[in-house]
Write a protein that binds this ligand. Structure first.
Ligand code: PMP
Length: 330
């Protein structure tokens, strides 16, 4: 039984107040005989079931505060889907118009959800990846007349993105683990989650290690952070299937200085662990959850990590992938 009264224990004025305070739950069977504790932070407890609900609200709050948006502003954003959905429920609740650009390779559920929440959706070519969505959104922003008629939150650059993780996600992890966390594992899309959480956790406890997870097919963090390739020269190897991470470039909001190690995960490893989380833990999680959990379990098996507390951020809900190969229809 949840007895924490901060967890949905009161009446809220609107849906945008309900993000965060997601539960931390131990992973058991998938951890096998590893001697470390692995705790999943289940971001699918957010109002529209992903970690990006936090930044959807935070980026709109910041724009309102800065006087950048009004009742007639068109909000435009490139997204792999979850940020679009986070912005869409916020815009619906607050009465703003939203148009998003998203690669056509993202799940059908994302497309339907965006439309259901009243957003205008423009699909961009699969082969152009997130870069294609970013340039299309810039085009839509210019076509709408630029600022102040339109506003583009730009999750890859917006300081409100890592900031909401500093204020909420990091605090929640610190509180839930009673400061016992030793290792944080997080996939990197914009890098907002790992940056915001990593900075706060390391400032409280400098021994905390931050492990970034990226698709094997998009090893841009390995190239930049491990091999020292300049940001503007990193290159993905090809398309990958881990929706939400591995944008193919090093995002501006990512604080590379807090990353201690980069772990690469293949599509197959991510899918396999995603399925195991559902069947063995009862956690219906998305593909990037599978990727992050795969990395966390691997790290948990290292002898030097015996007795350590590992927190892995599990970004979204498996129901968003029912139409994908994550859950084959047999
Ligand atoms: N997984 C999924 C499914 C996502 O949508 C995102 C955000 N794009 C992430 C992981 C990564 O989060 P962040 O952008 O904070 O790095």
């Amino acid at each position: 039984m949840a007895t924490d009264t901060t967890f949905r224990g009161h009446v809220y004025d609107d849906i945008t107040q309900t993000f965060g305070n997601t539960p931390c739950i131990r992973l058991r069977k998938v951890v096998g005989d590893a001697k470390a504790t692995v705790i999943g932070k289940l971001e699918n407890f957010n109002p529209l079931w992903s970690v990006k609900d936090r930044i959807g609200v935070a980026m709109i709050d910041a724009a309102e505060k800065a006087g950048k948006i009004g009742p007639n502003t068109l909000i435009v954003e490139p997204t792999s889907g979850n940020t679009g959905i986070g912005l869409a429920f916020t815009c619906a609740a607050r009465g703003y118009k939203l148009a998003v650009a998203m690669p056509e390779s993202m799940s059908l559920e994302r497309q339907r959800l965006l439309k259901a929440l009243g957003a205008t959706l423009v699909l961009t070519p699969r082969e152009l990846g997130m870069k294609g969505a970013v340039s299309k959104a810039m085009e839509m922003f210019q076509e709408a007349g630029g600022e102040p008629k339109a506003f583009i939150p730009q999750q890859f650059k917006n300081p409100a993105n890592p900031d909401v993780h500093r204020r909420t996600t990091a605090e929640e992890i610190w509180r839930a683990t009673g400061g016992t966390i030793d290792i944080l594992v997080s996939g990197v899309g914009t890098g907002g989650t790992i940056t915001g959480c990593g900075e706060v956790l390391k400032s409280r406890k400098p021994s905390v290690k931050c492990i970034a997870v990226e698709p094997t097919q998009s090893p841009v963090l390995t190239q930049h952070i491990v091999q020292g390739v300049p940001k503007d020269q990193v290159k993905p190897l090809g398309p990958h299937k881990i929706q939400g991470i591995g944008a193919g470039f090093v995002p501006d909001v990512l604080n590379t200085a807090i990353i201690d190690e980069v772990v690469q995960v293949t599509d197959d490893e991510a899918f396999e662990m995603g399925r195991r989380l559902a069947k063995e833990e009862g956690m219906l999680c998305g593909i990037s959850c599978g990727a992050a959990a795969h990395a966390a379990v691997k790290i948990a098996h290292r002898p030097e990590n015996a007795g350590k507390v590992i927190v892995v951020v599990l970004p979204d809900l498996g129901e968003r992938y029912l139409s994908t190969a994550l859950y084959p229809q047999d």
